[in-house]
Design a protein around this ligand. Structure first.
Ligand SMILES: *Cc1c(COP(=O)(O)O)cnc(C)c1O
Length: 366
């Protein structure tokens, strides 16, 4: 559902911070000066006030309903981005002298490994680095150490445009997933995870808050030796209110969760995301002019990455697209080429516009 606006907006293909639903941005704008029934801005109220308590409680309830989160999981709103989770996960979950398994599918997985290696022993259970991360490992390539406290995976590789079709089968090992760039992009079986984390600024809301969904027994593993603020137990025990939380960002995440529910929930959004991505992949596959970075069976529904016949053409493509109001298409420097990020809030009309632009660009430059 989009509301009419008099403001001109271009199509935003940015990888993050990324597009938000227009209706959410407009609601936040409308209520910014005075929240209905409160008479104050959400930017100005105490995080211990009744109105903020309600905002936090509603955001949590909507997220729980949206993803069918079982009762024995906590929904936490933390700070420090997904990058702090790279450190908090091992600090809380690797016991002294212990080990953890990491499946390495891109730059973000590598950064997670680097932090875990400061705390314990990292066993790389699989990696597709030798193939420049063009794919997700096959199940038979994953070799768990047998002693790992958990298995860590990155569900969508934002930079490379690859995504797990099915989360890895890790048996009875706790599965920890960095879902920063595809959380709530389709159906999610929370019960198969021990911990899911996501920086909000890609598919969930504005920058400044990180969503953590953690099973209670996992949150109880935090050793008392680590700093209070870095302990999952602290935040679980205090309902994300141990210290001042990022109130405005939580408020907007709450609006996005409500928007997702109105749009029909995760099944419906998943079908829409399939439709959007397959339209762009069809353009890539139609001829040899465009070459996808990701191997077909590992293609991401969120970040569509591709190359053109030359870097010069890629530059022209980005410049011409920008001139037509298709913004943020330049690929990450480690992959090059083009990256179209088409998160939940990215409209189907924008995908139509890019597909038409790709066809026209090929006709005039191919
Ligand atoms: C963007 C991103 C991160 C880093 O997130 P920050 O919130 O900036 O720390 C981590 N993992 C993935 C998969 C990402 O896409």
């Amino acid at each position: 559902m989009t509301t009419k606006t008099s403001v001109h907006r271009i199509f935003n293909f940015s990888a993050g911070p990324a597009i938000l639903p227009l209706s959410v941005v407009e609601e936040a704008q409308r209520d910014l000066v005075s929240l209905p029934g409160v008479g104050l801005s959400v930017l100005e109220i105490s995080h211990r006030s009744k109105p903020f308590e309600r905002i936090l409680q509603e955001a949590t309830a909507d997220i729980r309903a949206l993803a069918g989160i079982p009762d024995d999981y906590h929904v936490l709103f933390l700070q420090g981005g997904a990058s702090l989770q790279f450190a908090m996960v091992p600090m809380n979950l690797i016991p002294p002298g212990g080990e953890a398994d990491y499946i390495v599918t891109g730059t973000w997985s590598q950064k997670a490994v680097k932090e875990a290696a400061r705390v314990g022993t990292v066993h790389v259970a699989a990696s597709t680095q030798s193939e420049n991360f063009t794919r997700i490992p096959r199940p038979d390539e994953i070799r768990l150490s047998g002693r790992g406290a958990y298995v860590h995976a990155t569900s969508n590789n934002t930079i490379y445009g690859t995504e797990w079709r099915e989360i890895p089968n890790v048996g009875d090992r706790p599965l920890v997933v960095d879902a920063s760039s595809n959380i709530f992009s389709g159906p999610l079986d929370v019960a198969r995870h021990a911990l899911i984390y996501a920086g909000a600024q890609k598919n969930l809301g504005p920058a400044g808050v990180t969503l953590v969904i953690i099973r209670d027994d996992i949150a109880r593993r935090s050793p008392s030796s680590i700093p209070t603020m870095l302990s999952y137990a602290t935040h679980a025990d205090n309902n994300s209110l141990y210290n001042t939380p990022p109130a405005f960002a939580i408020y907007v995440v709450g609006l996005v969760a409500k928007w997702l529910r109105r749009e029909g929930g995760l099944e419906a959004i998943g079908r829409r995301n399939e439709r959007k991505a397959s339209q762009l992949y069809a353009e890539i596959d139609r001829t040899d002019f465009y070459r996808g970075h990701a191997q077909p069976e590992s293609r991401s529904l969120m970040n569509v990455t591709f190359r053109l016949p030359s870097e010069a053409l890629e530059k022209t493509f980005v410049a011409d697209a920008t001139a037509e109001g298709l913004d943020g298409l330049k690929g990450h420097r480690s992959v090059g080429g083009i990256r179209a990020s088409i998160y939940n809030a990215f409209p189907e009309e924008g995908v139509d516009a890019l597909a038409a632009f790709m066809r026209e660009f090929e006709r005039s430059h191919g």
